[in-house]
Design a protein. Sequence first.
Length: 543
Amino acid sequence: MREPGGNQQATPRPGFIELVAAILFVAWSLRFISRASFLAIDGNRYGGLFDDALISMRYAWNLAHGSGLVWNPGERVEGYSNPLTTLVMAAASAIFDRRNAVLAVQFLGIPTVLATAYVTSRLATRFDRVRPAVAAFARGWGFCAALLFYPLSYWTLGGMETGLLAFLFVAGLLAAEIWAEMGRDRHLILCGAALGLMSVARPDGILLAALVAIAFGHAAYGRDRRTAGRKILALAGVALILPAAQMLLRAAYYGALVPNTYVLKLSNFPLDERLRGGLGFVRPFLPALAIVMAPIALGLARAPSRPKVVAAAALFLLLVYQIAVGGDPWPYWRILTPAIPLAVAVAGHEIWKLAPRTIGTGERRSIRGSIRWASAIAVLAVVVFLLNRQFLREMTFDRRPYQWEANLANVNVALALRQIATPDASVGVYWAGSIPYYTSLRAVDFLGKSDPVIARRSPDLTGAIGWSGMSSVPGHNKYDLDYSIVALRPTYVQGFRWGRRDLSSWGRANYDSVVHRGVGLWLRRGAKEVRWDLIDPTPPRGA
């Protein structure tokens, strides 16, 4: 577009920013996946899925190969909290071998994040009524907002459901806004489908689904009060199909009304203890959230709109939820992340509107336009920096992705066990992902995600299982090593200490510490499920 005087307006063409950002993100993601991978003791390269994602991969592998949606064949326990992602993993497991199925799931994370960026950019142009220059910025920044928050990429490329939930949340809200403008039933159905899939993606996705449903109800009453009730009922009918089916299948297949993970994290865990731990966990992130929320609050005061209200409400609701459940084992903001792209997009939109206005004509207008872009981008760069400050070394590949060393060690343990253990062997683990998945042996989950006995125990509230501001970490604060190790006697044990319980003396009396292929293993003494003759001839350290 040419301005009077022959100078081009200082606004990039729509789509240019998104294209460049997408190319850069794909290149970055490929580098991330490479950095997350490692060469194991068998000489092969393995993908670096997060360990909890490999728990889901074990369920998915068993489903794809005829053993059912179970962790251990014959034991029906719902030890996963991401059914939709697990089904996607099952499809990958049906096509590829174990190692390449993991890589396939990692690569699927790339289009998932890009899809989140795309729907965020489309929604960004509907934040309020703006001039074309502002709309162009909103669209470009909305796309970038999803790509510039490291935890979204980390969790999604690590095989977790975080990116999928973020996509469904923004896509559902976008469908509701388009329906509000056009009134087509197709968009009502799309919105309802997104709502239903949110709760299947993760049970607490119902919180975000409720916000989108409220936004749709507001739009319906604003569009036509006479038909609003029917439209809301139609949306509810579509949205509830999948959650209702999931509940029926859970009751029929697992014989339970809630997942075992819900029992593990919340049962017998006092609310006051959870609140203290949750507040301690979120405290380091509050300054960054405040910086994001400030321009959103200003935008709501100046020009409120449904997407802005939902963005603020989602961030606040997930923050309250994170506190209420007692925090999270990993300080990478997994629960809050699905609300971040939309919130950052709104914040950037409001910061742009506060930047120096482009006024005048000709050269003066072009210079002021450039100043506006530069000032807005400078402020947003500060916001992005503060949001990602603790992750910068990983983002720039100065450090391997979080838990890379543990992934490498656990996969090597699994490969060593595959060489010396018979199919009748069992493994007892604290890290319930890599070792059970790659060995395919019967597994004992010391921390109870796939063990209903441990899940119903009382949590350790002494502070022995505490980190990241929490004195008792949900999902890791229930254990009974006398039951898991002494009573169940797994062939391999990952360790004999957790929290206040130390079975080291008993372990040395009943297990041998051996080294095979450079990997240390605790094996039950005299176990017939071990090919002792194949173990490297090194003196046992615990005999």
